[in-house]
Design a binder for this molecule. Sequence first.
Ligand SMILES: NC(=O)c1ccc[n+]([C@@H]2O[C@H](COP(=O)([O-])OP(=O)(O)OC[C@H]3O[C@@H](n4cnc5c(N)ncnc54)[C@H](O)[C@@H]3O)[C@@H](O)[C@H]2O)c1
Length: 325
Amino acid sequence: MALILTREDVIKVLSMKDCMEVVEKAFVELVNGTADLPLRIPIKSPDGLSLYMPAYLKEMKALACKVVAVYKDNPARFNLPTTIGKVLLQNPETGEVICIMDGGYLTAMRTGAASGVATKYLANDKPNMIVGIYGAGVQAKAQLLAVAEARNIQIVYVCDKAIELAAKFAVEMNEQLNIEVRVATKHEQVLDSDILIAATSSPTPVFDGNLVKPGTHINGIGSHTPNARELDTELIKRSKFIGDSREACFKEAGDLMIPLQEGSITESHFYAELGEIITGKVPGRTTADEITLFKSNGLAIQDAATAKLVYDKALEQGVGKEIEL
Ligand SMILES: NC(=O)c1ccc[n+]([C@@H]2O[C@H](COP(=O)([O-])OP(=O)(O)OC[C@H]3O[C@@H](n4cnc5c(N)ncnc54)[C@H](O)[C@@H]3O)[C@@H](O)[C@H]2O)c1
């Protein structure tokens, strides 16, 4: 028998707080060597990119594979989300597939959760912080949920090239979080922030890295292929660079790979993996003025940990439908 969980089922049982807890543990497993994480397999088609993402977390007993597609024109052409996915969860003792769940909301939540954990360990901490967000799409919402879980947020400025989406985001997120969310009309408003999020589908830099103020923590999550980047060379040079995984950053992250190819930085600019910061193997922020940057490419360990959490919660709460496959 396999448990089938729809998007609504996943939404019902998955909270950001729980998701951040398991995603943090997954990063610890990665750095402690108890995670199997082959680099994901990408397949390009004319309209988009499909990624095949397996992982096994031994401590958590989470074995899963996600198929996820990123089709940038889906919202405009088909009224479908940009990011669509499904996850197969297996029993690590038998190999049997025990659950098939929708992976769209799960992807946004686990991506948000990684940024939330990075923010918790790397951002300055003070009351009434200001958040700036580029992108007002699906990922941006989960990014804000997670950052609000990690820090006390007073005001959010959101900027999207589609201003009507930014306006919708502001209303929705204000209702959901009870935080003032304003639509930014100038870069300066977004960049005058304590925590900055880049969560767009842009393949080229979305702001001038010279304008980021000292002390900012940045979560860069939108781009994850060698030729695409949301963050410019100047910002990379000015930042302490923490990545989700060293391997993924050097093989997938245009944000790091392009400045490397230009000769603007060397490989030693990669400071640490998030798991090394969490476990204290490498110190995180060391001064209030430094700019810290978390570069997220998205790892299958985040999916496996979150899928296991969703499955356990669904069983506990009697959510979903068992079927014989
Ligand atoms: N790092 C990860 O783990 C991870 C996970 C999922 C998705 N992603 C990536 O995140 C990106 C966003 O995904 P999504 O599902 O939110 O897509 P989405 O289409 O819902 O949102 C993207 C938004 O970015 C806006 N945008 C594009 N260029 C812009 C620019 N120059 N300035 C301001 N806004 C701009 C678009 O108008 C759109 O509203 C995609 O590239 C996706 O591949 C990364």
